[in-house]
Design a protein around this ligand. Structure first.
Ligand code: TRP
Ligand code: SF4
Length: 329
């Protein structure tokens, strides 16, 4: 059997994962597990690039993120799961790559400029934040990944990774393949307020939300803005709740809502209740798995340790090749 291609991707442990993450990145990862040799890791050092002042919640976020992944169907048997900061080799490779990375490549990185404007409540004029893509390059090439499943926003980082890789291979020896971005179809699911679902907008439904949380949040959802009163006919085509129905309710229900809403034969309160119930039911197996892992912290610890040990072995081998290519023994 030909060797499977290797892919690698990571997430920063900035908080619980929501439905946008579940239907976007995570669903993609779950699907790729049979076809590829997958490395998935938690980029806790990357979390420091913007949240360096308050580090108290990072380690809890790491554990919870692993549980979110496992609950969504990421398999620790098929894939290698690890934590970035537990593989110190990333820091060594980051340092070496930083020596060959021209600063202008980093300064013209679009996410660098965007984030500085968007996160204007944080001082991002740090060396580490500028160097974000260099650390990301180290993460990727450490495992000689062929592909990197990422969203559109991360494509410039993979591009910088390719440029750094070419430089390294040119200056020293050809050690690394040039990785390619594998574009993740982003989930079109919107938040409660119809903006993009995001933790920072406070408009997200989380994978770990209880049925009661879900009901309360769905009650807050914006519906057809033209439908002011119960007796006004509605238009499901412009209603976010209807989009959720399409994802979480069966065909019959979707068709029924589609008709009854237009005739004002169903009210938004009722319609939302039905959807919230179906959503909660869809998430039930995920919540069950979460309970399973939450009740066994030792198991989660063991899963992280086993994956990290495996990743470290690969990383140590790569670093040997790096030192040898650079004639620095
Ligand atoms: N920058 C990525 C994000 O914010 C996280 C990340 C860090 C990553 N290192 C990586 C993703 C390596 C893919 C490969 O989503
Ligand atoms: Fe939206 Fe349902 Fe209200 Fe129609 S009845 S506007 S689909 S919430």
């Amino acid at each position: 059997m030909p060797k499977k291609k290797r892919i690698l991707s990571g997430m920063r442990p900035t908080g619980p994962l929501h439905l946008g993450n579940l239907h976007g990145a995570l669903a993609n990862w779950v699907q790729m597990q049979d076809q590829y040799d997958c490395f998935f890791f938690i980029a806790d050092w990357h979390a420091l690039t913007s949240d360096y002042e308050d580090t108290a919640s990072i380690s809890d976020n790491v554990k919870n993120m692993v549980i979110d992944w496992l609950s969504a169907g990421i398999s620790y048997e098929k894939s290698t799961l690890f934590v970035q900061s537990h593989v110190k080799e990333h820091a060594e490779l980051f340092l070496i790559l930083s020596m060959i990375t021209p600063v202008p490549w980093l300064e013209r990185n679009p996410t660098y400029k965007d984030q500085i404007v968007q996160l204007d409540n944080k001082d991002l004029s740090t060396f580490g934040f500028l160097g974000y893509p260099v650390l990301q390059a180290a993460d990727i090439i450490m495992y000689k990944a062929n592909g990197v499943p990422v969203g559109e926003d991360q494509v410039p980082h993979v591009e910088i990774t390719r440029e750094i890789t070419r430089r390294f291979n040119n200056y020293y020896e050809h050690v690394f393949p040039e990785p390619e971005a594998i574009l993740t179809k982003t989930s079109k699911i919107l938040g409660l307020d119809r903006r993009k679902m995001s933790k920072s907008y406070d408009n997200a439904i989380y994978m770990s939300d209880s049925p009661e949380d879900i009901l309360a949040k769905v009650a807050r959802m914006i519906t057809d803005p033209q439908r002011a009163r119960r007796n006004d006919p509605g238009n499901p085509d412009v209603c976010n709740v209807f989009e959720f129905h399409k994802l979480y309710s069966d065909k019959t229900t979707v068709n029924e809502i589609n008709e009854t809403c237009r005739k004002a034969a169903v009210g938004c309160v009722e319609c939302k209740k039905i959807m919230a119930g179906n959503l909660a039911q869809t998430l039930e197996p995920i919540r069950e798995k979460r309970k399973h892992y939450e009740s066994q912290p030792d198991l989660v610890h063991e899963i992280i340790k086993t994956g990290t040990d495996k990743a470290r072995k690969t990383a140590q081998q790569t670093m040997k090749e790096v030192r040898s290519a650079m004639k620095m023994y």
